[in-house]
Design a protein. Structure first.
Ligand SMILES: Cc1cc2nc3c(=O)[nH]c(=O)nc-3n(C[C@H](O)[C@H](O)[C@H](O)COP(=O)(O)O)c2cc1C
Length: 130
């Protein structure tokens, strides 16, 4: 079989086919099934703390008098608690150590909030996988 392994800015993955951060990457179950099906990486559905404003929206944006030039954000971040996502990221990484998992993060624009969530994610990334 062809060798499709990649190294993207130091992130290694069995192939360059990754899932974007969206509903298909909202849980460990989904990401693990995707990896089993052959995807090489996944950007986990955006993690936030606290979880705010996750109801589905489908509002059209008009431009220059023209209707539906685009859509607003349909959905923002995961509706699942940070602790649960971090635990599932760890479990997924343990099961698929060679696959790429990227954490997408969104918190208030306060430096300490960003430091805190980045540290929590980094702690998971550096946990012993054995
Ligand atoms: C329903 C839905 C939910 C999404 N949720 C997120 C998200 O949580 N975080 C994020 O960074 N992008 C999110 N996205 C954006 C996708 O990651 C992606 O950037 C977007 O769908 C464009 O890629 P595409 O042209 O391949 O669809 C979402 C997109 C959709 C349609």
């Amino acid at each position: 079989m062809a060798d499709l392994r990649i190294n993207l800015a130091g992130i290694q993955s069995p192939n360059p086919f990754w899932l974007a951060s969206a509903p298909p990457t909202n849980s460990g179950y989904q990401v693990q099934r995707a990896f089993e099906a052959g995807w090489g990486g996944a950007v986990w559905k955006t993690l936030g703390d606290p979880i705010l404003n996750v109801s589905s929206r489908f509002a059209a944006v008009s431009f220059n008098g023209q209707k539906v030039a685009g859509f607003n954000n349909i959905e923002l971040i995961t509706d699942r608690p940070l602790e649960v996502n971090l635990k599932e990221i760890y479990e997924t990484k343990k099961k698929f150590p060679n696959h790429a998992i990227i954490a997408s993060l969104m918190v208030e624009p306060k430096q300490e909030k960003w430091h805190e969530i980045v540290k929590r994610v980094e702690d998971v990334a550096s946990m012993d996988l054995n």
